[in-house]
Design a protein around this ligand. Structure first.
Ligand SMILES: Nc1ncnc2c1ncn2[C@@H]1O[C@H](COP(=O)(O)OP(=O)(O)OP(=O)(O)O)[C@@H](O)[C@H]1O
Length: 302
């Protein structure tokens, strides 16, 4: 385990995942020698097909599953130590939550404070202040007395983000934060994540919204059991890499020639999507000239 002095010298690395393998009890090797790093003050997209190991990676960062091999360091500490210091906050996939459980919005956010309380969980003024400020920050103050199950998909996401803020997590893991969320809420969440990045926090965001990634993620990790590519989004998010990560799952449309131009302009529009917001590339074939964020056909979200 790292000594406190080493935390200071850990410098700019937020997450360091080295050769991590996870084998489930049924023998399924969900991660196989995965390695990547995420600097502090950055937003990293975690992108891959269904079953590629994204949730398993989150579980290993949360200490929920044991590593068969490899090491993880979080802000220069072991997973256990980082969790013990409340540094890691998790915003789960909506499907993982039992929405029929009767609990008020403000109580969900207060759960983020549990790690800061003593074992009797008596709330102190600073806990209530943290809850107020977090709800304010995600624009959900007006809903604090509502049952969580009575909110829309986007509002629920914002409440869980508020819980992560109340926890004062320095590393925020977001599992599919845009699924079931309208474009306005998605933009609000992206703005909040950018503010958190400016504060030096680390965010790892799994998403199928390929088109949004270049918009707000400075880095990307493409995964399929092991890491296929990692680094700055501008270098990683290429047609070749995305096809490697998604194989036949990716829908691929190319518009060019007289479908697009009334002269002999050689540039094409390439649209890559795994059915959420598509990733659009405009330029000559095999040469990435310009990347744009596309608008989905009829905004077809899951
Ligand atoms: N508890 C478990 N026991 C055995 N195998 C599991 C378990 N959980 C997940 N797996 C398997 O491990 C692999 C990775 O699953 P994981 O949930 O990490 O994928 P994912 O990338 O998050 O997928 P999705 O995009 O669908 O959420 C899959 O083959 C899955 O079937």
């Amino acid at each position: 385990m790292s000594a406190p002095a080493e935390h200071q010298s850990a410098g700019l690395t937020g997450l360091e995942v080295r050769g991590v393998s996870v084998v489930y009890r049924n023998g399924n090797r969900a991660l196989d020698g995965a390695s990547f790093s995420v600097p502090k003050g950055s937003i990293t997209a975690l992108v891959g097909i269904n079953g590629s190991g994204k949730s398993t990676l989150f579980k290993s960062l949360m200490g929920f599953v044991p590593l068969a091999d490899g090491q993880i360091s979080i802000m220069g500490m072991s997973v256990k130590e980082a969790l013990g210091r409340n540094l890691v906050a998790y915003v789960p996939q909506s499907e993982e939550i039992d929405w029929s459980f009767p609990v008020l919005v403000e109580d969900v956010v207060m759960m983020g404070r549990y790690g800061h309380m003593n074992f009797l969980r008596m709330t102190r003024p600073q806990d209530r202040t943290a809850v107020d400020q977090s709800l304010e920050r995600v624009g959900m103050q007006a809903y604090r007395k509502r049952q969580i199950g009575e909110l829309s998909g986007g509002q629920k996401k914002r409440v869980f983000l508020a819980r992560a803020l109340a926890q004062e997590g320095q590393v925020i893991l977001l599992d599919e934060p845009f699924t079931g969320v309208d474009v306005t809420t998605e933009n609000q969440i992206i703005e909040l994540l950018k503010d958190l990045r400016a504060e030096g926090r680390v965010m790892l965001v799994s998403t199928h919204n390929l088109g949004s990634v270049p918009e707000f993620c400075d880095r990307a990790v493409l995964i399929n059991r092991s890491v296929l590519a990692e680094g700055p989004t501008s270098e990683v998010f290429t047609q070749r890499n995305l096809q490697k990560a998604f194989g036949g799952v990716l829908r691929h449309f190319v518009l060019g020639g007289e479908d697009l131009h009334d002269d002999d302009d050689a540039r094409q529009v390439t649209v890559l999507t795994d059915d959420e917001r598509p990733f659009v590339i405009y330029g000559e074939a095999e040469r990435k000239a310009q990347m744009q964020v596309g608008t989905p056909k009829g905004d077809s979200r899951k």
